[in-house]
Design a protein around this ligand. Structure first.
Ligand SMILES: *Cc1c(COP(=O)(O)O)cnc(C)c1O
Length: 438
């Protein structure tokens, strides 16, 4: 297993993260346990901020909170001068509870409810990313009703979609998100928005995909956005101040993944914006980006206790852990791959190939296929790396399994930032009907 951030193997042959021995963490807090390397998360935030400072552009780096959010994560992002993307009332609530500066909160989503929009208006958040014609109308009606002038970006689909190593040009802009540029809807939406007195239209937003390793998709999107903004200026006389290029920067989950350093993505993007906008004699915009996975993904490690081991003779050895698709649904959802190691015997050489199964009642509840490990025994501690993004945030209670605790580790100290759910939590919203009804 690749060791990210402060992860190392200590003198006892145990995996250590943030100076904390993972076998001790497991003893103290139980398993499954999400362990976050705080230093690594902060380094990532700083790398983005520094790269933008070097670019000379005005900028905002918004942490896409859907990757992982809790009160302490909001606080960390605020301390690291990040802005914050939220996509629901629940994420917004969490950020506000943590006193995240409202003016640095951006609200995304293709179907924000009226209640969510009102909540965000009342909180005076920094910006709404308007996704569709319905929202364009109702947000404005609400802004008027609440006596606010709101900052808006329009989410547009540039017809470029990036996946890992490649980007594809999607001619028909077949996406549930945003206003299509090629269909003319983006220009139409822009014209409508610019006429609305309770809108302060700041610019456009585009998000072209996730777990992207190359920069060519971003560069292509920037070209399309440059052309689009030029046509907006020609047709309306308005130049836009902000260009939001979304997130999607890749991380290394397994050997085959080859992300670029954070600084390279920023440099290629800012260079492309400078080139495209200078060429069009368009004022250089402020650039916003929205990394999620690349801030928290490789900072997270999940610790599991190994339980039952089943050998299917001649075929496969199933090694079951005390979690699974309830704490990491990504393998079941989209075949995501992970690396893992025995955290209590980290120096031992791999000797067998096993497959890591979860404990849920689904054959598809497999975490890792064909993983090389030292000879595994029940009660060993398995550490799965790179589980910081879209694991806790997608965790669920299937089989009425409780969600694990989350600890942040740094300088040999561990702090619980989310408690383990209890069985009482599982029934706290249940109601038993009265006898008379039955
Ligand atoms: C999910 C998402 C992000 C973050 O994507 P990552 O791949 O986690 O960096 C950013 N912006 C928008 C609009 C998103 O939907």
């Amino acid at each position: 297993m690749y060791l990210h951030g402060t992860s190392r193997i200590n003198e006892q042959g145990h995996l250590e993260i943030g100076g904390c021995d993972t076998t001790e963490l497991a003893k103290t807090y139980g398993t499954p346990l999400y362990v976050y390397d705080e230093t690594l998360m902060r380094e990532k935030c700083r790398a983005y901020n520094q790269a933008f400072q070097e670019s000379g552009f005005s900028y905002q780096v918004a942490y896409a909170s859907k990757a992982f959010l809790c009160l302490e994560m909001s606080r960390l992002a605020a301390e690291e001068n990040m802005s914050l993307d939220v996509v629901s009332g629940g994420e917004l609530y969490t950020a506000l509870q943590a006193e995240f500066p409202a003016e640095r909160i951006h609200f995304h989503g293709n179907n924000k409810t009226e209640a969510e929009l009102i909540m965000a208006l009342q909180a005076d958040i920094g910006c709404f990313v308007v996704d569709n014609f319905f929202e364009l109308e109702i947000l404005h009606d609400l802004a008027k009703e609440y006596g606010k002038i709101v900052n808006v970006l329009l989410r547009v689909t540039p017809g470029v979609e990036a996946h890992t190593h490649e980007y594809i040009t999607t001619g028909q802009d077949d996406s549930k998100f945003g206003f299509g540029i090629s269909s003319g809807q983006a220009l139409q939406a822009m014209k409508i928005a610019l006429l609305k007195p309770h809108y302060n239209v700041l610019g456009v937003h585009s998000h072209i995909g996730s777990q992207i390793f190359e920069t060519d998709g971003f560069v292509r999107a920037i070209e399309v956005l440059g052309t689009f903004l030029e046509s907006v200026r020609t047709e309306t006389g308005h130049a836009m101040k902000i260009l939001n290029l979304g997130g999607g920067f890749g991380i290394r989950y397994t050997e085959g993944d080859t992300p670029l350093p954070v600084a390279n993505y920023v440099k290629e993007m800012t260079d492309a914006v400078r080139e495209q906008f200078t060429k069009r004699e368009y004022p250089l915009p402020e650039i916003w980006i929205e990394p999620g996975r690349s801030i928290v993904g490789d900072a997270g490690t999940t610790l599991y206790t190994i339980g039952s081991i089943k050998e299917v003779p001649g075929i496969r050895k199933y090694v079951a852990v005390d979690g699974g698709m309830t704490d990491n649904i990504r393998p079941a959802l989209y075949n995501a791959s992970y690396e893992a190691m025995l955290a209590n015997r980290a120096y031992e050489e791999p000797e067998e190939t096993v497959s890591i199964a979860g404990k849920c009642c689904e054959s598809g509840d497999m975490l890792i296929w064909d993983l090389k490990l030292p000879t595994v025994a029940s009660w060993d501690l398995l550490a799965v790396s790179c589980t910081g993004a879209y694991n806790y945030s997608m965790a669920n209670n299937y089989n009425r399994i409780t969600r694990p605790a989350v600890v942040f580790v740094r300088d040999a100290q561990a702090h619980v930032v989310v408690e383990r759910e209890t069985f009482a939590d599982l029934v706290k919203n249940d109601r038993v009907r009265t006898k008379e009804f039955v």
